[in-house]
Ligand binder design. Sequence first.
Ligand code: CA
Length: 223
Amino acid sequence: MALLVVEDDPRIASFLVKGLAAEGYAAAVAPDGDTALAHLRSGGYDLVLLDLGLPGTSGEDVLRQLRQRSSELPVIILTARADVTDKVRGLDLGAIDYVTKPFVFEELLARIRSALRVAGQRVPTELAVGDLRLDLLTKLAWRGERRIELSPREWSLLELFMRHPTHVLSRARIANEVFGYAFDPGSNVVDVYIGYLRRKLNRPGDEPLIRTVRGAGYRFVAP
Ligand code: CA
């Protein structure tokens, strides 16, 4: 489990990191809000301990920006502000818990365990649209009872479509999200992969699940 400690007081940060390491958690420190956001953008964390009073971007703004990206990452606010209004605001912004300083480390650990348990139950392990199913843990795909063999790129492409049913996705967006590079309008790599995916998904006689929207991109239509 990897934790991000957002804390500008170096003594508290170092105390937390040492204590967490002793409990088997890997913890990184972000001493201000902008550093925290940079860490969170690169991902890989299971939980955030968030101080509210930070230089520059405040803890509230970090939380707000995190939730705007519809991230479900659990955040425990850890702050000296003990006001009920501060607590209510923090929880309304999407924190899972609130611990006031000074705190007892054992209690913080219990709250971390509890937050991780709740988050673990909330993480979806399957994505289903119509008779199409993606197992997000094993990366297997199914159409009805039929297992569909997909390459990692095809899998990512299908996941992108299934997360945005009925949306028209442009080639540029697909290239960026699935292939991770800026779109070269001269390249037909997206169309090639759409072709692979269509052949694997479609059943003879059915309407294609991935429709071409001329001049705009592609749209996934639930089976
Ligand atoms: Ca502070």
